[in-house]
Ligand binder design. Structure first.
Ligand code: DX5
Length: 216
C-alpha cells in the first residue's frame, strides 16, 4: 500500500504572501508543491511562469511539480527544468509529440508526468505510460481553483489503475476531506489540493491534516 501524498497547489494561495504560504504548507506536512502554469490559451486563465517556480524553489526543499496547462509545452520545458521544477507535467491534449516531449523532460533531469482532462479517454495513456513517472487525472476541467469535483472521476481513476498497477496516480481538482477517500479507494496516490488547503478556515496545516485524516 503506497503512502498517500498531499500536494498543495499555489493557485489558491495568497500571491502577495507566496513565500510564507509555501513555508506554511511545508511546515504543515505537504509532500510536494504544485505550480499551476496556465497560458490563457490551453485554459481560459493566465497564471505563473518559470520565475515563480524559481521563487518557490528558493523557499522550500520540497519537490515542485510544474503542471503545464499550456499550448506547445515543448517551448517551455527547458525554462521550467532550469527554474527548479522537480517534475514537469504536460497535458496529453496539448502536444502532437508527447513521446519526444516526455523524453526531453527526462533528458533535462526532471521527472516526467502526463495529465488527462475529464473528457480525454484513459486509452490515450496506454502508449506513453511506460515512459512516465506519474499520471495526473484531472477531476475538474482545468483553469481555476475551487471548482466542483466531477462525480464520475473515481470510476475513471479505477480504469487508469487497471492500465497500470504501479504508476503513481495523481488527482487534481476539487480534492478535499470528502472527495479524498473516494479517489484513494479508486487507486489515487497523490492528491493535489488548492482551495481545500489555502482556503481552509483553520489554516493551511489544518487543511492538509483534514485531507490526511480523511484517507488514513
Ligand atoms: C486546474 C488547477 C486546479 C488546482 C487545484 O484548474 O490546477 O486543479 O490545481 O484546485 P482546487 O483544489 O482548488 O480544486
Amino acid at each position: 500500500m503506497r503512502r498517500i501524498e498531499v500536494v498543495p497547489s499555489i493557485l489558491s494561495a495568497d500571491a502577495g504572501r507566496l513565500a510564507e504560504q509555501v513555508k506554511e504548507a511545508e511546515a504543515g506536512g505537504a509532500d510536494r508543491i504544485q505550480v499551476d502554469v496556465m497560458d490563457g490559451h490551453f485554459v481560459p486563465n493566465l497564471t505563473f511562469g518559470p520565475l515563480v517556480v524559481e521563487a518557490v524553489r528558493a523557499v522550500t526543499t520540497l519537490p515542485i511539480e510544474a503542471h503545464l496547462m499550456v499550448e506547445r509545452p515543448e517551448l517551455f520545458i527547458e525554462a521550467f527544468a532550469k527554474s527548479g521544477a522537480t517534475m514537469i507535467e504536460v497535458q496529453v491534449e496539448s502536444t502532437t509529440s508527447l513521446y519526444r516531449t516526455v523524453q526531453t523532460i527526462k533528458e533535462l533531469g526532471a521527472q516526467a508526468a502526463v495529465v488527462i482532462n475529464p473528457a480525454t479517454p484513459v486509452e490515450e495513456l496506454r502508449e506513453i505510460l511506460p515512459y512516465v513517472d506519474l499520471v495526473n487525472v484531472m477531476t475538474v476541467e482545468p483553469g481555476f481553483g475551487g471548482q466542483k469535483f466531477i462525480a464520475g472521476s473515481p470510476e475513471k481513476i479505477r480504469r487508469v489503475r487497471a492500465l497500470s498497477p504501479d504508476v503513481e496516480i495523481e488527482v487534481d481538482g476539487g480534492i478535499d476531506a470528502r472527495t479524498a477517500p473516494l479517489v484513494v479507494a479508486a487507486g489515487a496516490t497523490v492528491l493535489v489540493a488548492g482551495n481545500s488547503v489555502y482556503g481552509y478556515k483553520g489554516g493551511v496545516a489544518a487543511g492538509i491534516k483534514a485531507i490526511r485524516d480523511a484517507v488514513d
